[in-house]
Design a protein around this ligand. Structure first.
Ligand SMILES: Cc1cc2nc3c(=O)[nH]c(=O)nc-3n(C[C@H](O)[C@H](O)[C@H](O)COP(=O)(O)OP(=O)(O)OC[C@H]3O[C@@H](n4cnc5c(N)ncnc54)[C@H](O)[C@@H]3O)c2cc1C
Length: 493
C-alpha cells in the first residue's frame, strides 16, 4: 500500500479536483477498485491481489457476501440467500474451496430432476384441507409435467418468435387433451409449476420458451451447504483491503483512470474498476456514470430480467413435522401453492424455510415480517394442524432492498441472445462481473465467482499492457486451493 497522504487517507482516497489530483499521483503498480463485496467482487479482488495488484473493494453494506447471506441469529447457520451448490462435482469452480474448508454438502437431488434442486423421493404434499396427496399421484403428475415440457420443444421449433412458457404449455394441452389434469392432479401440476417458478425466481407467464432450458447445468446434482455459504466468503476475503459501508454513487472515467465517489463524498482513484453490483441496482440507475454507459451496455442492462425469491426461516424449539426434505401445499394456482424446506433433515437444526418466488415474493415484501410469518404459519397449520409457533424468524426482502433490487437475473420473453455477453463486456477500463455477467451459469454462486475471476483476468491483462509490465503473474487462485484439495463431503448420495 502507498503511504498515507496528509488528509490521513491512503492514495486511493482522494478528494478535490480529479485532474489536478491525478497529476500529483505517481502511479506505481496497477491499481483496481472492485465495487461490491459479493462472491464475484471478492473473487475478482482476491485474484488481482494474488497477482500483486493494488486492490480496494468498496461494499455498500456493513457485511460481506451480498446474496450469500448466512445468518447466525438462530444459533445455527441459516442461508437467507444462496444455499445450494448447483453442480456437486469437481468441475464446479467452488469445489476446491468447499472441500478445502471441510464444508459438508447435503445432496437434495441428482441430475435432471423435474423438481430442479429436489428429488421426488423425499417430500410430503398436502391439499388445502390438510390431506396428504398420495405419492403415486405426485409421481404420475411429475411424469406428465415432464411430457408437457418435452412437447413445448415442438412449439418452440414451430415458432420463430419467442413466447411465455405458460402460453406454450396451453398450446400443448390444447393439442394433447390427454395431458390435461383435473381435480387434485391439476393442483399437483400447479405445484410443479410453482417449483419451476422458484428455480427461475419468475412467474411461468414471464419465463422465455426459447431460453428456459438452455442453461448449462453442471453435473452432480444439487447440494445444500450444511454449514452455510459464508465460510467460503470469509476464506476468499481474508487479508483483502475491504471498505464496508462504502456505497458507490458515481463513477467517472477519464485519462485511463477511474474516479469513484461514495455516499459520504470520498473519492477513490485507480487505473480500472470492476463493477459487481447486482443487475437490479444498475437497472435502477443507483450509480451515475460519467461519461454515460454506451447504448449497447444500457440496453443489455434493461433487457436482462431480474427475478425475485424470498425466504421466511422459522426456528422452532421442537420438530413436529415429518422427516422429509420438502413439505408442500398444492392449490388451484401456482401462486397459491407453497413449500417449506426442512433444514432439520439436512442439518439437524429445527428450522423450516418457506420459499416464495416471482410475484408472490414481491407480495410477501408488502407485508411486515410478523404478517409474513403469520401468513406462512397459516399454510403450515393447514398441513399440520398441531404446528407450534416459531421461537424466532427471519424474512428476506431481496426485491426491495436497495443494495439488490431482485434475487437473480432471468431471461425475459423475446430478448436478444447476446445479452449476457454484452452485460459482461468491458467499457474501456470499467469491467463488469456478477451472476448476471455469467454467460453459462447466471443466477448462481459459482457463475458469479467465475465471472469475477474472468473480469479480473481481462483487467489484469489490459493494465499490464498499459503499464508496460511483463506478464509475470498468473491468476493462481484455483491452483493455490487445489494443493489442499480433498474430496467433497456429501451426505445422501
Ligand atoms: C433467495 C436467493 C436464493 C438463492 N439461491 C441460490 C442457490 O441456492 N445457489 C446458488 O448458486 N445461487 C443462489 N442464488 C443466487 C446467488 O446468491 C447469486 O447469484 C450470487 O450470490 C451473486 O453474487 P454477486 O457477487 O454477483 O452479487 P452480490 O452477492 O449481490 O454482490 C453484490 C454486492 O454489491 C453491493 N452493492 C450494491 N450496490 C452497491 C453500491 N452502490 N456500492 C457498493 N456496493 C454495492 C451489495 O451490497 C452486494 O454485497 C440465490 C439468490 C437469492 C437472492
Amino acid at each position: 500500500m502507498e503511504p498515507k497522504n496528509r488528509s490521513g487517507r491512503d492514495n486511493f482516497a482522494i478528494s478535490g479536483i480529479f485532474l489536478s489530483q491525478l497529476e500529483r499521483q505517481q502511479p506505481p503498480s496497477p491499481s483496481v477498485i472492485v465495487i461490491g463485496g459479493g462472491i464475484s467482487g471478492i473473487a475478482a479482488a482476491r485474484a488481482l491481489s494474488n497477482a500483486s495488484f493494488k486492490v480496494i473493494l468498496l461494499e455498500s453494506r456493513n457485511r460481506l457476501g451480498g446474496r450469500v447471506h448466512t445468518d447466525y441469529s438462530f444459533g445455527c447457520p441459516i442461508d437467507m440467500g444462496a444455499s445450494w451448490l448447483h453442480g456437486v462435482c469437481n468441475e464446479n469452480p467452488l469445489a476446491p474451496f468447499i472441500s478445502g474448508l471441510g464444508l459438508r454438502l447435503y445432496r437434495t437431488s441428482g441430475d435432471n430432476s423435474v423438481l430442479y434442486d429436489h428429488d421426488l423421493e423425499s417430500y410430503a404434499l398436502f391439499d388445502m384441507d390438510g390431506h396428504q396427496v398420495p405419492q403415486q399421484l405426485v409421481i404420475k403428475v411429475g411424469e406428465i409435467f415432464e411430457r408437457i415440457l418435452k412437447e413445448t420443444e415442438k412449439v418452440r421449433d414451430e415458432h420463430a418468435e419467442d413466447m411465455p412458457l405458460l402460453q406454450a404449455i396451453s398450446i400443448v394441452l390444447d393439442r394433447n387433451p390427454q395431458l390435461r389434469q383435473e381435480g387434485l392432479a391439476y393442483e399437483v401440476l400447479q405445484w410443479y409449476i410453482c417449483r419451476m417458478e422458484a428455480w427461475f425466481a419468475a412467474d411461468v407467464d414471464t419465463i422465455s420458451l426459447k431460453s428456459w432450458d438452455q442453461e448449462h447445468v453442471l453435473s452432480g446434482g444439487h447440494g445444500l451447504m450444511v454449514q452455510g455459504y459464508y465460510p467460503v466468503i470469509r476464506a476468499l476475503a481474508k487479508d483483502l483491503d475491504i471498505r464496508l459501508n462504502h456505497k458507490v454513487k458515481k463513477i467517472i472515467q477519464c485519462c485511463n483512470k477511474v474516479m469513484i465517489t461514495v455516499e459520504d463524498g470520498t473519492n477513490f482513484v485507480a487505473d480500472a474498476a470492476i463493477i459487481t453490483v447486482p443487475l437490479g441496482v444498475l437497472k435502477a440507475n443507483m450509480i451515475e456514470f460519467d461519461p454515460m454507459l454506451p447504448e449497447w451496455k444500457v440496453s443489455a442492462i434493461s433487457d436482462l430480467g431480474v427475478g425475485n425469491e424470498n425466504k421466511i426461516a422459522l426456528h422452532f424449539n421442537t420438530v413436529f413435522w415429518p422427516n422429509v426434505e420438502v413439505l408442500g401445499m398444492v392449490a388451484q394456482t401456482s401462486y397459491a401453492c407453497g413449500y417449506f424446506l426442512n433444514l432439520h433433515k439436512a442439518t439437524g437444526h429445527p428450522v423450516l424455510v418457506y420459499m416464495a418466488a416471482g410475484r408472490f415474493a414481491h407480495d410477501i415484501e408488502k407485508l411486515s415480517d410478523e404478517e409474513a410469518v403469520n401468513f406462512v404459519m397459516l399454510q403450515l397449520k393447514k398441513m399440520l394442524p398441531d404446528a407450534r409457533e416459531p421461537v424466532q424468524y427471519l424474512v428476506s426482502r431481496w426485491g426491495t432492498d436497495p443494495d439488490f433490487l431482485g434475487s437473480y437475473s432471468c431471461d425475459l420473453v423475446g430478448k436478444p441472445a447476446d445479452l449476457y455477453e454484452r452485460f459482461r463486456a468491458p467499457v474501456d477500463n470499467l469491467y463488469f462481473a456478477g451472476e448476471a455477467a455469467s454467460v453459462d451459469h447466471s443466477g448462481s454462486v459459482h457463475g458469479a465467482y467465475t465471472s469475477g475471476i474472468m473480469a479480473a483476468e481481462d483487467c489484469r491483462r489490459r493494465l499490464l499492457l498499459q503499464h508496460g509490465i511483463s506478464d509475470l503473474f498468473q491468476i493462481v487462485l484455483r491452483e493455490e486451493m487445489s494443493e489442499v484439495m480433498v474430496p467433497l463431503q456429501i451426505s445422501r448420495m
